[in-house]
Design a protein around this ligand. Structure first.
Ligand code: PMP
Length: 286
């Protein structure tokens, strides 16, 4: 089955979906997006993703073109049109087509685009051995809580990681941990789970919430507070989390071994909980 897209009210083959070159998404990066994993064709934490979409739309002063019920119906419909069991649904809303002018157009119609492809989660090898990461200074803008399609900063940072053969780049701003180019970051020190609190400097990850819930259920003490660069560099464990990476252990940072150099015990416990939780959610949604 070829990939199907949704564009402005209709489903069509992905390679036939087209938008105007005057779309403000193309001209200014003026839009927001979401990536929603679907396990066994069931979207994971959909209400939370739709709430974050609303937050992003509010932040860029764009009214939501659909109700949550309409989004939910369309997302299920898109998933049903693909043969794959585990999918990654991408949706994007831009301010639509207008003559190029930075100020918002008075009456443009938002462009609504969705597509779905295979959900590629980390291989067993990556989960069992951990991944290399580098660090960089977080030079992005100060509204990182908005899931903006303007991702040039994230792309430059991620490419620096790719150039170094690393999976992610852990970011510091003013000596404090923020997140990574496309993931949230957690560390373990003396058995405690530390992460920066949700604010304008990080994306409020859906997986971030899942990991905190599972860690709490495992009885792991949690501290949500500013985490210093020094604390990260001397952490016992470092994790990166996202909808597609789930939870991954970082075993080298800038070429230096993290902890024992192997995924740590706390990581293993939370990763196992994550896999069980996914299975439970899928059963209940059936
Ligand atoms: N931070 C950034 C910058 C991201 O791009 C992502 C992935 N969307 C995340 C964190 C993790 O968010 P989530 O757990 O919702 O995938």
């Amino acid at each position: 089955m070829s990939e199907t897209a949704y564009l402005n009210g209709e489903f069509l083959p992905l390679d036939k979906a087209q938008v105007s070159v005057l779309d403000r998404g193309f001209i200014f990066g003026d839009g927001v997006y979401e990536v929603i994993p679907a396990y066994s064709r069931r979207p994971f934490r959909l209400p939370e993703h739709l709430a974050r979409l609303q937050h992003s739309l509010d932040a860029i002063r764009l009214s939501n073109p659909m109700t949550d019920a309409e989004w939910t119906r369309l997302i299920h419909d898109l998933i049903a049109r693909h043969a794959i069991e585990d999918q990654s649904v991408y949706l994007q809303v831009t301010r639509g087509v207008a003559r190029r002018d930075h100020a918002f157009p008075k009456d443009s119609k938002p462009t609504v685009f969705m597509m779905s492809g295979p959900l590629v989660t980390p291989s067993k090898e990556l989960v069992e051995n951990g991944v290399p990461c580098i660090t960089a200074s977080d030079f992005r803008w100060l509204k990182c809580d908005v899931k903006s399609i303007s991702l040039l900063g994230n792309c430059l940072l991620r490419q620096a990681a790719a150039d170094a053969g690393a999976v992610e780049v852990v970011l510091f701003r003013d000596g404090r941990l923020t997140e990574a180019s496309a993931s949230n970051v957690f560390i373990i020190r003396d058995g405690r789970l530390l992460a920066p609190p949700k604010d304008h400097l990080i994306l409020p990850g859906i997986t971030y919430d899942v990991v905190l819930e599972l860690a709490a259920a495992c009885g792991i003490p949690i501290e949500l507070r500013a985490v210093t660069e020094q604390e990260v560099r001397s952490a016992d464990e470092i994790w990166v989390t996202s909808s597609t990476k789930e939870v991954l252990a970082v075993t080298t940072l800038d070429g230096k071994t993290v902890g024992s150099g192997r995924p740590g015990e706390v990581f293993k416990a939370v990763h196992q909980e994550y896999q069980q939780y996914k299975r439970k959610v899928m059963r209940h949604a059936a």
